[in-house]
Design a protein around this ligand. Structure first.
Ligand code: GLN
Length: 229
């Protein structure tokens, strides 16, 4: 059973990123891979048994609560070190970095990605498109954040920004380290980019997935790509 852990949706659920879990479960089922989504509240310990861990976007205060809860036990970094897949969107991505700075405070992140997030001077909001070496086609999404994220020497960007802002620094979006993926793309990103969902599933099951004809999902992805400016 593929275990998909949706972390702190009550805190990291502001932008509808909860849909990423549902897309993974759906696309796993298309391949007859049994999968379940486990909801983890910020009062619960994070299970060690997850194959895929998902974090979504949030307001700053909610994000700090989530980060504080996740620091206990360091389950996420241990799971990632053992090869579990982690997908983190916007606030979730910022949480995975080494440092998170707001106008009022500065706190250590979980340190899964070598990135630092600091306050920006304006809100970065709108459609975003990113070219990632992992995919033949650009990915599309929606962004809404005011912080900016700088990559450290050990971080690789998730992709190059074609439209929008992404990290807000150096024309790139997100960061990756093995099976840990951070990006600013809401959407939910896996609904808008089914190839990305399949890549995460492949990383989690450790083998290539069979092709499926999910025509509606592909049409939606293509329609969004055709709108890239
Ligand atoms: N609080 C963060 C920021 O504004 C993240 C926002 C979000 O997750 N969309 O930068």
């Amino acid at each position: 059973m593929l275990e998909i852990i949706r972390i702190h949706n009550e805190l990291l659920g502001t932008y509808g990123d909860r849909g990423n879990a549902d897309v993974l479960k759906y696309r796993a089922a298309l391949r007859k891979i049994p999968a379940r989504v486990t909801e983890i509240s910020y009062l619960d310990p994070v299970p060690k048994s997850g194959d895929i861990y998902l974090l979504g976007g949030a307001e700053d205060a909610a994000q700090i609560l989530s980060l504080t809860a996740l620091r206990k036990g360091s389950v996420l970094s241990r799971a990632a070190n053992k090869g579990a897949v982690v997908l983190a969107i916007c606030a979730g991505f910022q949480i995975l970095g080494s440092r998170y700075v707001t106008r009022d405070e500065e706190i250590a992140g979980l340190g899964l990605l070598d990135v630092e997030t600091t306050p920006g001077d304006r809100r970065l909001v709108g459609d975003i498109a990113v070219a990632s070496k992992l995919f033949d086609q650009p990915l599309t999404g929606f962004e809404n954040h005011s912080s900016v994220t700088t990559l450290g020497a050990d971080a690789l960007p998730f992709g190059k920004v074609l439209q929008g802002n992404g990290n807000g620094v150096a024309g790139v979006d997100g960061a990756i380290d093995k099976n840990v993926f951070g990006t600013y793309l809401h959407g939910p990103v896996l609904a808008r980019n089914p190839e990305f969902a399949d890549l995460l599933l492949e990383r989690a099951v450790g083998s290539t997935l069979s092709a499926v004809n999910d025509e509606l999902a592909m049409r939606y992805a293509m329609w969004r790509r055709a709108l890239i400016k």
